[in-house]
Ligand binder design. Sequence first.
Ligand SMILES: NC(=O)c1ccc[n+]([C@@H]2O[C@H](COP(=O)([O-])OP(=O)(O)OC[C@H]3O[C@@H](n4cnc5c(N)ncnc54)[C@H](O)[C@@H]3O)[C@@H](O)[C@H]2O)c1
Length: 352
Amino acid sequence: MADRIVRIATVGLGVGKGHVRRLAADPRAEVVAVCDSLPGRVKAVADEHGIEHRYADYDEMLRDKSLKLDAVTLALPNYLHEPFTVKALKRGLHVLCEKPMAHELKSARRMLDTSVRTGKTLMIRFNYRFSPQARYLKQMIDQGVVGKVYYGRTGWLRRKGIPMGTGWFSDKKLSGGGPLIDLAVHRIDLAWYLMGKPEPVAVSALTFDHLMRRLRREKKPRKGLFTVEDLAVGLIRFGDGSALAVEASWDTYAEDRERMWTHVFGDRGGLLHENVGGGYEFRAKVVTDSGEFPVDITPASYPGNLENEIDHFVRSILEGFEPEGSAKDGFAVQRMLDGMYRSAAQGREVKV
Ligand SMILES: NC(=O)c1ccc[n+]([C@@H]2O[C@H](COP(=O)([O-])OP(=O)(O)OC[C@H]3O[C@@H](n4cnc5c(N)ncnc54)[C@H](O)[C@@H]3O)[C@@H](O)[C@H]2O)c1
């Protein structure tokens, strides 16, 4: 379909409004419909981008053949990722679904299986891979600058920042978990991707919920809220002998407001992807040797016009290739998350 415009609907218009904004600027795509059960969100986004077709009901939108949809992008509470993805794939649509792939492993399995069976693309939105800094680091790894990778450490600690969204994030049944499935999912994916996507084999982890329990006692919220972990730590072992250490929190007495890091160590060099200034700006660094001297390599600048994950999804449909952040990758990351939760619950290392 190289000569066509990809016709897309975006469903869930919290962070999903960012999908619409990026797609609206892409001449290869058209957002022909938006859908959200909150009418105010639909109106705001549709009015901003002049989108005619507006839905509160996803099934009704999928039934409307006149839309001639090719794809949907989904930005819904985690427990809805599976049913909404599966319905779209079965209708012959390609899907870009927000991270995490699902709130539980068996849902992710069904999503992967359906995409294989239908032959339609399912991409998970692992946007950190697409940061210019990650792009640079991937090139360095591919050029052999760090040599053989054997260890990574990654994490995301927030001092105070339990996301609320429309009220589901800290409800275990609806989200599947707390900062591990919400924040660390990004950093695990990035580290795993930079490490060359080794096969995960075993996981050992702990989760803590001291601050969540305090919130339940003090705030007396509706049943279900604050039922997730507030801190998770773990070690993932891979089949090639390498390992990845992980740490994530939404709420902890750490000094920085928001701190993200991903280190990868090899036998010829190491690399670092981290945020700067407690926000969403990043820097990348390669640490290696020049002759007998240790050297740090940092690019003086990054190109500002790189393809991001939304552009990549559109191009993967037009050109018919498997996108980065495929359903297979999403499922591998979900196995690691699931292993960490199981290990924490059982108090021992588990196979994944
Ligand atoms: N990639 C990223 O960096 C990033 C950032 C934030 C959130 N996310 C992910 O995006 C997803 C959504 O997060 P959010 O912050 O936008 O949450 P949110 O609660 O703000 O938005 C979810 C939207 O889905 C709508 N919705 C719920 N049920 C619906 C239904 N049955 N039909 C139609 N619409 C329905 C809600 O009305 C709401 O507008 C989550 O999976 C989250 O993990 C990803």
